[in-house]
Ligand binder design. Structure first.
Ligand code: NDP
Length: 332
């Protein structure tokens, strides 16, 4: 098995020296265990936080151990009753090509005809659910409202734009980091307005894109994007604070919004969330999403990097914005 370990904690941007590729010979299966060959391994922004020491909502990664996280694969050997060779499983064992552990640490999922396994790691899985939770429970999106989402061409953001529309938003605005991504938001994802945040001050770009203000902001970026949203909010606006990727690799303090008083004067609500506390919505999401998906109303993109040895590179490329939609590593 090839495993990617964290061997030192990055300060600022991670470098290849923070990681090590380790090849191990796996022992024979113990009773109750299964061995899984991964098909796709996920690289996600939250993993950057887990590379640090200190308090967060998930424990820091241990040094000298495999980086854990979402992956989907197939059982290739089984010593567990009820889990057959060939079964498709979702799990959190992370950055390796082959993994084995107790069967209970793997979730057997049905194989849906015509649905690529990779989608279970994004639009039909974690990132799609994050978009759904943020819009419905956290931001209480109402029909007829205007929604702004940052990181709009990424995995969560592209789901937010589409779900906002399906949930009744009348105007959907997105920001992303290149002209090509902005074109995609217009042409493939049905955004009403979109801008490249490199083209000027985000405050001004958002004001142009949202002349009548915004009601809901889905924040993936933080920093200047959150500041801009606080300026653009209509009275009673709500922000779902999902992430702040513009700050994850900072090696010093990051400036906060200078317009926090708008929260008071406009009666705004800013509410942070992490998906793990809202998994009770998973069933509802899966049901509604399966319906929209089978009706052909859901588009998606994925950016695939081949080979488990290239996982670190894929992670860093995602943090730099090289991905459209979900960044994934294809194994084997
Ligand atoms: P994405 O697919 O959106 O990939 C990350 C993207 O972030 C890049 O493609 C890049 O796109 C953008 N980005 C990087 N640096 C900056 C910057 N300085 N300013 C603006 N954009 C930047 O990742 P995900 O969809 O997986 O995650 C999106 C956000 O959602 C993250 O903040 C993540 O932490 C959060 N998240 C939170 C969860 C929760 O439970 N709260 C669960 C899942 C995700 P571009 O080219 O546009 O810059």
């Amino acid at each position: 098995s090839t495993q990617i370990h964290l061997v030192s904690r990055p300060e600022g941007w991670p470098t290849p020296e923070n990681f090590q590729t380790v090849r191990v010979t796996l022992p024979e299966l113990a009773p109750g265990q299964v061995r899984v060959a991964n098909a796709f391994v996920s690289v996600d922004p939250y993993m950057r936080g887990r590379m640090n020491e200190g308090r967060s909502y998930v424990a820091p990664y241990a040094l000298g151990a495999t980086i854990t996280g979402g992956a989907v694969g197939r059982v290739i050997e089984s010593a567990a009753d009820g889990v057959d060779v060939g079964a498709v499983v979702l799990h959190q064992h992370g950055w390796s090509d082959v993994v084995q552990d107790d069967a209970a640490t793997f979730q057997v999922i049905p194989e849906l005809p015509g649905v690529p396994l990779s989608l279970r790691l994004h639009i039909l899985g974690m990132t799609g659910l994050t978009a759904y939770v943020g819009l419905t429970r956290i931001a209480s999106l109402q029909p007829g409202e205007t929604v702004f989402v940052s990181g709009a061409a990424g995995a969560v953001g592209s789901a937010v734009g589409q779900l906002a529309r399906l949930l009744g938003a009348s105007r959907v605005i997105g920001s992303a980091g290149s002209a090509a991504k902005v074109a995609l938001l217009h042409e493939k994802y049905g955004f009403d307005a979109a801008f490249n945040y490199h083209d000027g001050e985000v405050r001004e770009l958002l004001a142009q894109a949202a002349p009548d203000g915004i009601d809901v902001y889905f924040d993936n970026v933080g920093g200047d994007h959150l500041t801009a949203a606080l300026d653009a909010f209509n009275d009673g606006g709500r922000a779902a604070l999902c992430g702040a990727i513009s700050t994850y690799n900072a090696d010093g303090p990051v400036p906060g919004p200078d317009n926090m008083s708008n929260i008071v004067t406009r009666g705004l609500t800013l509410r942070g969330f992490t998906l793990g506390n809202h998994l009770d919505l998973a069933g509802e999401f899966q049901q509604r999403m399966a319906g929209w998906f089978s009706e052909g109303r859901i588009a998606y993109d994925e950016t695939i990097v081949d080979g488990i040895d290239n996982t670190v590179e894929a992670f860093l490329a995602m943090m730099r914005g090289a991905n459209v939609g979900k960044m994934l590593v294809r194994v084997g």
